[in-house]
Design a binder for this molecule. Sequence first.
Ligand code: SAM
Length: 254
Amino acid sequence: MWADLQYRILKRAFPRGPGFGESTFYIGKSKAEVVLGAGFLKSVAGKTVIDFGCGEGSEAIEIARSGAERVLGLDYREDVLQIARRKAQEAAVDKICEFTQSTNEVADIIISIDAFEHFDDPAAILRTMDTLLTPDGSIVAAFGPTWYHPLGGHSFSIFPWSHLLFCEEALVRWRSDYRPEGATKFSQVGGGLNQISIRKFEQVVEDSPFEFASFETVPIRKLRHLHNAWTREFFSALVRCRLVKRKARRASTH
Ligand SMILES: C[S@@+](CC[C@H](N)C(=O)[O-])C[C@H]1O[C@@H](n2cnc3c(N)ncnc32)[C@H](O)[C@@H]1O
């Protein structure tokens, strides 16, 4: 009943539904360089790179054009992979850049952009990445917004923190009226949403075959004066990190 009331409030207050709009922030910019760090594209020359959670493939294609020897874009959604394949053909990099749902190929670098907050089981994804990475390879990941960010509910955040104010049942039912996907949970909406916080991600890495070579929470620009170790869950735009296999394991595989 409580969920039903919340659903009715959402329908009445926001009759146009959740915000499905695409971000225009990266138009004319290299998303890979902005989120993974300036100079990232130089580091891929001659390397085999996997883009895990590649979506429509723009970053994988850019990496292929930047001199990578081989690029694999992985995603579990066949519809986005088809778009990515067409874009790779148009960019004439389809010989070195492939898009697929799974692979056994091993990479020097695995990148993952804006995907760790969507993976249904981030710990399992890290175990898979472990099997796909050379002993000295690294994962370069950037993702956000995380769950306690004002817009951490992605399309559910119709205003800051609304995804925390309304219950999951009401929000998913409301969204389903506009995008019927048969979802009853956040994790079942298109592309998935796992409600990961920054602390939870740190824990997942602590329990994984990887350790942090670097870790940074990037403040929301306008709120950077409020950003510190206590407030980072609420005021971080994204998490950026590099993960390497744990030292003991690297040594044992040499
Ligand atoms: C927000 S999109 C990001 C796409 C791209 N990396 C970008 O930055 O534009 C997240 C992607 O992760 C994919 N994804 C979610 N869970 C996945 C999984 N378990 N395995 C592979 N891909 C997954 C989704 O299908 C989606 O394309």
